[in-house]
Ligand binder design. Structure first.
Ligand SMILES: Cc1cc2nc3c(=O)[nH]c(=O)nc-3n(C[C@H](O)[C@H](O)[C@H](O)COP(=O)(O)OP(=O)(O)OC[C@H]3O[C@@H](n4cnc5c(N)ncnc54)[C@H](O)[C@@H]3O)c2cc1C
Length: 500
C-alpha cells in the first residue's frame, strides 16, 4: 500500500484526533495550524507566569478519548492525570438559594429536596432516568453513526429505540419538557442551561438535549495542568507516530485535481501535495469560500440566525471573597428568558447574564480548599453572547457595560472579584470570530434549535472526493468529546476511501 499523505487543516481537538489515528495507521500526516499552539478553542492564555484555560473546562465522556488513545497504541492515563469531580457544579441565584449538583444522583436528590422540596427531588430522579434513556437511545444510532438520517436512525435504533426517542419529546423545547419534571423555575434554569453546552437557547432547543445532563452525571473530570494538556497530549501522540505539525501556517485554498482534493495552498503561496485533506476549521469557512471556490459546494452555508452562541470571557488573575467558589460555579440571573431573548432575538449582549466561573486553582469536592486570603487565583469567567462579531463587533463601551453587569450580578450573589485591568484578558465575539473564521464568534457551529437542526450538521465525508470535515460544527456536534468523535469519523471515512 502506498504511503498516503494527508493534510489536516487546523489543530483543534478533531484535527488532532484525525492526525493521531491516521498517523498511527502509518499514513504521513501534516497538521497545518494558523495559531501558535494545538487545541484551537482549547486554548490557554498567559498572564504573567500563570496559564489560564480559556476554552473548555468541563471534561466529559472520558471513554471516547480513552478509546482513541488505545487505538493509537497508548494509554490515556500515561499521558494525563485526571481526577473525577465529586461536585459537578455549584449554582447560585440572585434572588437567593444555592445548590450543589453531585456526581452521585442520591446526593443530588437529597440536595434538591433540601433546596426545593421532596416533589422536586422525585422530579429530578425521573429527569435523570429520561436523560439516561435518551442518551442510550441516541449514542449509537446518532452520535456514533457516520452519517445519520431519520431512516438510518430508525433502522439502527429499532422500534423500541424510536419509541424511546419519542418519549424524550424531540418536538418539544427543552424548557417545556423540563416543566414535566420541575415546578421550581430555578431547577428549570439549572437543567435548561445544558442546552448552552451546544450553544443553544433552552427556549428553542429540542428536549433531546436533556441527554447532556446524563453525560455530566456519567463523569466530569479535572485534568491536572489544565484542559490544554489534552491538546498537547494528543499532539505528542500524533508526533510519536510521525505526524508533522506546522504552526503559524494558514491554509487559504484546498486544491482540486479532476474534482478531488489533491493538496492545499498556504497563505504564503506554498503548495503542498496531499492524497486527502481534512478540514478542522468551521464548516462555515468552507461554505463561505475561505478555503477556495472548489470545495465551497461541499457544505451548505449556516445562516447567521442559525448560528450558535458566542461568549464574552474574562481570563484573569484576581482575588475573590464573600462566596465559596468551587472549580465550577454558575450564577443565575432572575430573567432567564430575557437573557436568550437579548441574544437570539434582539442580538445584543444580555442585560441580565448568567455567569459561569471556572476557578482553576480549586477542586470539585465539598472540602475543596480556597486559596489563602489575599492571594490571587486563576479564573475564567464567561457569559453568553450573540454570534455577531462580524456584523456587530461590540465597541469598548458595550463590552464595559457587559463587564459591569456581569460582575454586578456576581456581587448580588455575594461574590466580590477584585481584579486589575492588566491581569485580565477579555475575549469578545469579534475576537472569537477572528480566531475561528466565518463564525461571527459562534463557538458551537449551528444552534440545535428545533428537532431537525442536529441532522443539518454535515457529516465527515463530503461530496468532494478526498475532502473531509472534522470538528464541532460538523456531525455529531460541539464539545470536546463530540469533536473528538467527529475527528475519528473523518479518519475512518478517509481510510475506507483510500483502501485499494
Ligand atoms: C469559551 C469556551 C468554553 C467551552 N466550554 C466547553 C466545555 O466546558 N466542555 C466542552 O466539552 N466543550 C466546551 N467548549 C466547546 C469545545 O471547546 C469545542 O467544541 C471543541 O474544542 C471544538 O474543537 P474543534 O475540533 O471543532 O476545533 P476548534 O477548536 O474549532 O479548532 C479549529 C482550529 O482550526 C484552525 N484553523 C481554522 N482555519 C484554518 C486555516 N485556514 N488554516 C489553518 N488553521 C485553521 C483554527 O486556528 C483552530 O485552531 C467550549 C468552547 C469555548 C470557546
Amino acid at each position: 500500500m502506498p504511503r498516503y499523505h494527508v493534510a489536516v487543516i487546523g489543530g483543534g481537538v478533531a484535527g488532532l484526533v484525525s492526525a493521531v489515528l491516521l498517523a498511527a495507521r502509518g499514513l504521513q500526516v501534516t497538521v497545518l495550524e494558523k495559531g501558535p499552539a494545538p487545541g484551537g478553542k482549547m486554548r490557554q492564555i498567559a498572564i504573567g507566569d500563570a496559564r489560564i484555560d480559556s476554552g473548555p473546562t468541563v471534561f466529559t465522556m472520558l471513554p471516547v478519548l480513552e478509546q482513541i488513545f488505545a487505538e493509537a497504541g497508548a494509554s490515556l492515563s500515561d499521558h494525563l492525570t485526571l481526577e473525577r469531580a465529586e461536585i459537578l457544579a455549584r449554582h447560585a441565584w440572585v434572588e437567593g438559594g444555592r445548590l450543589d449538583l453531585f456526581a452521585d444522583i442520591d446526593r443530588s436528590a437529597d440536595a434538591i429536596a433540601a433546596f426545593a422540596g421532596p416533589a422536586e427531588a422525585d422530579g429530578y430522579r425521573r429527569f435523570c432516568r429520561d436523560a439516561a434513556r435518551t442518551f442510550r437511545t441516541l449514542d449509537r444510532p446518532f452520535m456514533r453513526a457516520a452519517s445519520p438520517g431519520m431512516v438510518t436512525m430508525a433502522t439502527t435504533a429499532g422500534p423500541f429505540g424510536m419509541l424511546n426517542l419519542l418519549r424524550a419529546r424531540p418536538f418539544a423545547t427543552l424548557w417545556n419538557a423540563l416543566g414535566d419534571h420541575f415546578r421550581d423555575p430555578r431547577l428549570r434554569q439549572l437543567f435548561g442551561r445544558y442546552s448552552t453546552y451546544c450553544g443553544s437557547s433552552p427556549f428553542q432547543a429540542t428536549a433531546i438535549l436533556m441527554l447532556v445532563a446524563h453525560v455530566e452525571q456519567e463523569g466530569v473530570w479535572l485534568v491536572r495542568g489544565g484542559m490544554h494538556r489534552v491538546a498537547t497530549a494528543l499532539e505528542g501522540l500524533a508526533r510519536s507516530h510521525g505526524a508533522e505539525f506546522r504552526y503559524g501556517t494558514e491554509v487559504r485554498q484546498v486544491l482540486l485535481r479532476d474534482g478531488r482534493a489533491c493538496g492545499v495552498e498556504l497563505a504564503d503561496g506554498e503548495r503542498l501535495e496531499a492524497d486527502a485533506v481534512i478540514c478542522n476549521g468551521d464548516v462555515g469557512a468552507v461554505a463561505g469560500g475561505l478555503l477556495g471556490g472548489g470545495v465551497a459546494p461541499a457544505v451548505a452555508p449556516v445562516p447567521r440566525e442559525q448560528r450558535s452562541l458566542s461568549a464574552v470571557t474574562w481570563s484573569m488573575l484576581a482575588e475573590t471573597s464573600g462566596f465559596p467558589l468551587l472549580r465550577h460555579t454558575v450564577f443565575f440571573s432572575d430573567d432567564y428568558a430575557g437573557e436568550f431573548d437579548d441574544i437570539f432575538v434582539r442580538r445584543r449582549l444580555p442585560r441580565v447574564p448568567t455567569v459561569y466561573i471556572c476557578a482553576q486553582d480549586r477542586g470539585a469536592g465539598p472540602d475543596a480548599a480556597a486559596p489563602p486570603p489575599g492571594t490571587r487565583e486563576r479564573l475564567l469567567c464567561l457569559v453568553n453572547a450573540p454570534p455577531d462579531g462580524d456584523a456587530n463587533p461590540f465597541d469598548a463601551a458595550e463590552i464595559e457595560r457587559c463587564t459591569e453587569r456581569t460582575f454586578g450580578l456576581l456581587e448580588r450573589c455575594g461574590l466580590t472579584v477584585t481584579r486589575t485591568g492588566s491581569d485580565t484578558v477579555v475575549t469578545t465575539p469579534a475576537d472569537f470570530g477572528r480566531m475561528f473564521p466565518a463564525t461571527g464568534g459562534a463557538l458551537y457551529g449551528r444552534a440545535s434549535h428545533g428537532w431537525k437542526a442536529s441532522f443539518q450538521r454535515p457529516p465527515g465525508r463530503t461530496r468532494i472526493p478526498r475532502f473531509y470535515l472534522a470538528g464541532g460544527s460538523a456531525h455529531p456536534g460541539p464539545g470536546v468529546p463530540m469533536a473528538a468523535l467527529s475527528g475519528r469519523m473523518a479518519a475512518e471515512s478517509l481510510l475506507r476511501d483510500l483502501r485499494p
